[in-house]
Design a binder for this molecule. Structure first.
Ligand code: PLP
Length: 400
C-alpha cells in the first residue's frame, strides 16, 4: 500500500509497525480492552471502541431528551442500510436490515417456492448452525438438504459443490470464511456453479465482513448476509442481507413484518403488499440501539478501509504462523494466500483448557471443535502476536 509508512511507535519499546492511518497502534487507543488484555477473539465478538460506547450514549441521550425520536430512529435505520451497502458495493435498496443472519436467512428461504422439481438446498459443512438448521427446517416444507463435506485437509474442493448441485437445487448456502477453521472459500466459483445449474446462491459472510473486501457484484452471489458483532466492531442484534436486484420482485417472503411493507406507516392490515426492493426482507421495529452501535462500528472500519485492514492483518498472520511453526503446532486452517483470512485455528489436545489457560495470562481467544481460534483485526499489533505465542509456548502441552 502506497500510503503505508514504517515507523517506531512511542511506548512500544521502539517496535516497528506499519501505520497506514488507523491501523494497529494508531487505532488501538480507541479500544480500552487493550490497556490490560491481548484481545484475539474478533471472530466471536469485536472489541468495544469508545466510538461504539459513545453511539449507545447518544441513543440514550436522545431518548432521554426527546422521548420517542421515531423519525430520527427510522432515518438511522436507513443510514445503516446505506453503510451496509457501501461495505459490499451494493445500492441501499438492495439491502435488507435485519436483527440477525438467522432472520435474514429465514425470510429468504420463506420466499423460495421449493417446488417439486427445485426442492434441494445444498449447504456446505462449514455453515454456521443457524444456516444448517434453517435449511433442515425446510424439510417440513418438502425440501431435501444436501451437505457438501470438506476433505481431510480442511478444504472444500469446488468439485464437491459441482457434484452436489443439480437441476433440482433451489439454493446453495456457502460461507465465505469458516467460523470453525478459518478456511476461506472461493465464493465466486461456488456462485458460478450454482448458476450454471439454475440455482440461487447465498454467501454467509459474517466472518469476512470488515476483515476482507467484499464486492457483491464480483462475487456474483444472489444473497450475501452478515452481522455487526465481529469484524464490524459492534454488538448483537443487527445484521443485513443483500439481495440481487433482479430477484426483488420475484421473491415474496412469507416470513415478514410491518417494516417490510411498501408503506410502513399506512398501517394497513387488509393485504400483503411488500416493499418493491430488498426492504421486503426486513421485519418488525428496527433494532434502534444496535443500529446506533452498528453505524459507529462500521464507521471505524471505513475510516481505515477494509483493504488496509486486510493487508495489516495478513502481516500479523504471517508472524503468527511462523511462530506456530517454530512451536511445532498443528495449524488447522489451510494456508494458501486465497484460503486464509483473519482467523487462524490451531489444533489442541484440550481446547477449553487452553482457552482458559490463555485467559489466565490475559490473552483472550476462543474455541470450536478441537481448535483454538486466534483472530486478528485492525487493532492488533506485533506485540499481541508475540504475547499469544509466548503464552502458547508456556502451555505447549495443550497443543496437538
Ligand atoms: C458465520 C456465521 N454466521 C452466522 C452467525 C450468527 O448468526 P446470527 O446473527 O443469526 O446470530 C455467526 C456468529 O457467530 C457466524 O460466525
Amino acid at each position: 500500500m502506497a500510503a503505508e509508512q514504517t515507523q517506531g511507535v512511542p511506548g512500544t519499546g521502539g517496535a516497528r509497525h506499519l501505520l497506514p492511518g488507523g491501523v494497529g497502534a494508531a487505532i488501538r487507543g480507541r479500544f480500552p480492552i487493550f490497556e490490560h488484555t491481548t484481545y484475539a477473539n474478533s471472530c466471536s465478538q469485536g472489541a468495544l471502541s469508545v466510538d461504539v460506547r459513545r453511539a449507545y450514549e447518544e441513543y440514550l441521550d436522545g431518548w432521554d431528551a426527546h422521548g420517542a425520536e421515531w423519525e430520527h430512529w427510522v432515518e438511522r435505520a436507513e443510514a445503516a442500510r446505506g453503510a451496509f451497502a457501501r461495505l459490499v458495493g451494493a445500492e441501499p435498496d438492495d439491502v435488507a436490515v435485519t436483527t440477525s443472519v438467522s432472520q435474514a436467512v429465514s425470510s429468504l428461504v420463506s420466499a423460495l417456492p421449493l417446488e417439486r422439481d427445485r426442492k434441494k438446498i445444498v449447504i456446505s459443512e462449514f455453515e454456521f448452525p443457524t444456516v444448517g438448521q434453517i435449511a433442515h427446517a425446510q424439510e417440513l416444507r418438502g425440501a431435501e438438504v444436501v451437505h457438501v463435506r470438506p476433505e481431510a485437509d480442511g478444504r472444500i474442493p469446488l468439485e464437491r459443490f459441482a457434484e452436489a448441485i443439480d437441476e433440482q437445487t433451489a439454493l446453495v448456502c456457502c460461507t465465505a470464511i469458516s467460523y470453525r477453521t478459518g478456511y476461506r472459500l472461493d465464493v465466486a466459483e461456488v456462485a458460478r456453479i450454482a448458476h450454471e445449474r439454475g440455482a440461487l446462491c447465498l454467501a454467509d459472510s459474517y466472518q469476512a465482513a470488515g476483515a476482507v473486501p467484499l464486492d457483491v457484484r464480483a462475487l456474483g452471489v444472489d444473497f450475501l448476509t452478515a452481522g455487526t458483532v465481529k469484524y464490524l466492531l459492534a454488538s448483537a442484534g443487527l445484521g443485513f442481507m443483500v439481495v440481487r436486484r433482479s430477484l426483488h420482485e420475484r421473491l415474496l417472503p412469507t416470513q415478514t413484518g410491518w417494516f417490510a411493507d411498501e408503506d410502513i406507516f399506512r398501517m394497513d392490515i387488509s393485504d400483503y403488499s411488500p416493499a418493491p426492493d430488498a426492504r421486503r426482507f426486513d421485519a418488525g421495529t428496527p433494532p434502534v440501539p444496535n443500529i446506533y452501535a452498528g453505524i459507529a462500528g462500521i464507521g471505524v472500519v471505513e475510516e481505515t478501509g477494509v483493504p488496509a485492514i486486510e493487508a495489516h492483518v495478513a502481516g500479523l498472520r504471517e508472524r503468527l504462523l511462523a511462530g506456530l511453526d517454530e512451536l511445532g503446532a498443528t495449524v488447522a486452517t489451510p494456508r494458501g494466500e486465497a484460503e486464509i483470512g483473519p482467523l487462524v485455528c490451531v489444533v489442541s489436545t484440550d481446547p477449553h483448557a487452553l482457552v482458559s489457560a490463555l485467559a489466565a495470562d490475559q490473552v483472550v481467544t476462543s474455541t470450536r471443535d478441537a481448535n483454538l481460534r486466534v483472530s486478528l483485526h485492525l487493532y492488533n499489533v506485533e506485540e499481541d502476536v508475540d504475547r499469544i505465542l509466548a503464552a502458547l509456548a508456556r502451555h505447549r502441552e495443550l497443543l496437538a
